[in-house]
Design a protein around this ligand. Structure first.
Ligand code: DX5
Ligand code: ZN
Length: 227
């Protein structure tokens, strides 16, 4: 992928929840372009994490936009609260939305960027009819719910397929984000496949120096883009 700038979105899921402000600052000093916030409701995924009050607090201290990933069964009900709390980007799972087109329009009308997310078992065709409407597409490269899982290699092929779908829809500037199991060993391959936003949780916040880990991922992504 030549000529594109890859953005790094550290996921605070693997950070120390008693010190989220410090975690955000550390990632930003390493060159984080976004902060990825994983919202889980214990229904769509087996885990429970955070809600709008935490997003509101993060918004007060974050210098970069907040990328809020809603792993919840009813995003239509809660999207507005997250945008009001300060979410700049909201992504919703296609698996829970019978009226995906309406949901995308709704999130955009709130003033946030609207993204759609596909689980590893969800085929790209699930988003074909909205490919021209979305602001970004998030490809899950692990089954959502937990940090620290292993990257599913087939995700690379999915990224390539979705890149083609977005380009054909006329949405050739719409970025693809990837989430799950990304580290220094595979970041070049996802960038090569066409990813422009890379989420990384454990590779950053389980590292001894999250600032250095963010910078290392960013440098590796930039090197993969270089002609
Ligand atoms: C998984 C979350 C991810 C997670 C990524 O359900 O959506 O954002 O934090 O963590 P790592 O990078 O450790 O796979
Ligand atoms: Zn996520």
């Amino acid at each position: 992928m030549i000529g594109k700038q890859v953005r790094i979105a550290p996921s605070i899921l693997s950070a120390d929840f008693t010190a989220l402000g410090a975690a955000v600052g550390a990632a930003e000093r390493g060159g984080a372009d976004l902060i990825h916030v994983d919202v889980m409701d214990g229904h769509f995924v087996p885990n429970i994490t955070i809600g709008p009050p935490v997003v509101k607090s993060l918004k007060r201290i974050a210098k970069v936009p907040l990328d809020v990933h809603l792993m919840i069964t009813d995003p239509d009900k809660y999207a507005e609260a997250f945008v009001e709390a300060g979410a700049d980007m909201i992504s919703v799972h296609v698996e829970v939305l019978p009226h995906l087109h309406r949901t995308i329009k709704f999130i955009k009308s709130l003033g946030a960027k609207a993204g759609v997310v596909l689980n590893p078992s969800t085929p790209p065709i699930a988003i074909e009819e909205v490919a021209g409407d979305v602001d970004f597409v998030l490809v899950m490269s692990v089954n959502p719910g937990f940090g620290g899982q292993k990257f599913i290699p087939r995700s690379l092929q999915k990224v390539t397929t979705i890149r083609g779908m977005l380009d054909r829809s006329g949405n050739d500037n719409t970025p693809i984000e990837i989430d799950g199991g990304i580290d220094l060993s595979n970041i070049a391959s996802v960038v090569d496949a066409g990813v422009e936003i890379v989420v990384a949780g454990s590779a950053i916040f389980n590292a001894p120096d999250p600032t250095a880990a963010t910078k290392a991922l960013k440098d590796a992504a930039a090197a993969a883009v270089a002609p």
